[in-house]
Design a protein around this ligand. Structure first.
Ligand code: ZN
Length: 277
């Protein structure tokens, strides 16, 4: 199930803080939960490695980081998208079967990703609205991490439970939580899920995580010039976005507001965790 787009279009964080230019500079204290001391990230060379996005539903990658995806692709980074569900609760017409809606939403996701230049989209096809942090899902996400060997992962902020007038979707929280559990220690520990080693998937450790749909952003990516692509991609989610022009206006306004405190034309905010190894 997806939230109504209008619930999320204006969700861009607006806290004071440094902005990332282009993807790996700037940080505030207390940002890491990996024991890393994220302040040193300000001196990290610009990342160039693959990016894996793990999200709950079709359209979450676009709402959460559509403009950032366009920017990453433009910078030459390989971006992979993995969806835990295919969004079969993302509608209110009981006459449509789960299979029909899943098929439609997977097609919409592939088109949206194609707009952003993302070539690889994978669906784990867990039931929409029922995602919980299980060992099975943790293993499935660890498998993706070992297969695609990302340097950076984007996923939901599992700590974002509620705010005034808004409850974050339980699937979002579950996917964010499970993905962090898959990152550490499962993906990087050869003794974790030995069946993955048996599949030929070697352990893999990533460098950093960016959490989207967050209420506690600590880094803002300058996406000036890429918000139109985000709107174009979201318009491909036709089952969810009824008024793409209105959404585009809100996205442009919201990202401009997010960028303004940081002196850029547009920004998307994330909570970033940096790992040292
Ligand atoms: Zn969602």
């Amino acid at each position: 199930m997806s939230e109504r787009p209008e619930d999320r279009a204006g969700q861009t964080p607006r806290r004071e803080g440094p902005i990332e230019q282009p993807v790996v500079t700037a940080q505030k204290e207390g940002a890491d939960i990996g024991g890393a001391g994220a302040a040193a990230a300000a001196t990290t060379p610009q990342a160039r490695g693959p990016v894996l996005i793990v999200a709950a539903h079709p359209d979450d990658p676009e709402f959460g980081l559509g403009a950032t995806q366009a920017k990453l692709v433009a910078e030459g980074r390989k971006v992979f998208v993995a969806l835990v569900t295919s969004g079969n609760e993302g509608g209110e017409d009981p006459s449509v079967t789960d299979e029909e809606l899943m098929c439609q939403r997977e097609q919409e996701q592939r088109r949206a990703s194609a707009v952003l230049g993302v070539e690889t989209v994978e669906f784990l096809r867990y039931p929409d609205g029922r995602v919980v942090n299980t060992l099975e899902l943790r293993r499935d996400i660890a498998r993706l991490i070992r297969r695609y060997k990302p340097e950076t992962i984007f996923t939901h902020d599992p700590s974002n439970f509620f705010s005034d007038g808004h409850i974050n979707h339980p699937d979002h929280r579950a996917v964010g939580h499970t993905t962090l559990d898959a990152i550490f220690p499962a993906a990087g520990n050869p003794r974790s899920f030995p069946e993955l080693l048996a599949e030929g998937l070697e352990p893999h450790k990533i460098k950093d995580v960016y959490l989207f749909f967050t209420a506690s952003a600590n880094v803002w990516i300058d996406v000036t010039g890429h918000v139109e692509k985000k709107a174009e991609a979201l318009a491909e989610h036709k089952s969810q976005v009824r008024k793409p022009e209105e959404l585009k206006t809100r996205l442009l306004e919201g990202s401009a507001r997010a960028g303004e405190p940081h002196g850029v034309g547009a920004a998307e905010g994330f909570r970033r965790i940096v790992f040292r190894r």
